[in-house]
Design a protein. Structure first.
Length: 168
């Protein structure tokens, strides 16, 4: 083998090794991103599953929504039912509005929090007609849906709908 063949062989070997190194780096980065996503999702959902502080954050309560709705109907007060998820941006936005406004109407309007990712949320969703989340239902004390809204309400819009519901 002459020096020229050896030089070509060394270059090919170096190219092969650098290609393998680049592929390994890509795989490691990909696996790191997947692990970060999985760990991040678990830690976000565990905040509510483990029952950490939910006071002042009604939209984070994970009670059985079917039982809560049935109890609200028996109580004979107007009901605000919020169907949402803990992950979609509009759902997170309306949850923040509900966390702000719902406590102002405690004793006047019963809040039923429905997380559609949960089995109980899906069971209650079967009783209502809607296609997208977040969807709010404003239900009279006799169980009639007085109003509904899909999307994000501002705090003032939510208050206006609560006031109208109370007057019915």
């Amino acid at each position: 083998m002459n020096t020229e063949d050896t030089g070509v062989s060394v270059r090919r070997t170096l190219q092969l090794h650098s290609g393998v190194v680049i592929a390994l780096v890509i795989v490691v980065v990909f696996l790191g991103l997947v692990a970060w996503k999985v760990i991040g999702t678990r830690s976000r959902s565990s905040d509510t599953v483990t029952g950490q502080e939910t006071a002042g954050r009604p939209s984070m309560v994970r009670d059985d929504p079917v039982a809560a709705y049935d109890a609200a109907l028996k109580a004979g007060k107007p009901i605000y039912v919020l169907f949402h998820s803990l992950t979609c941006d509009p759902c997170i936005q309306i949850s923040a509005v509900a966390d702000q406004v719902v406590p102002e109407y405690e004793g006047k309007v019963t809040f039923v929090n429905v997380i559609t990712d949960d089995a109980g949320g899906q069971a209650l969703a079967a009783r209502f007609t809607f296609e997208y989340i977040p969807t709010s239902f404003f239900v009279t004390s006799d169980g009639t849906v007085a109003d509904s809204f899909t999307g994000v309400l501002t705090a003032e819009e939510m208050r206006t709908r609560f006031d109208a519901l109370i007057k019915r």
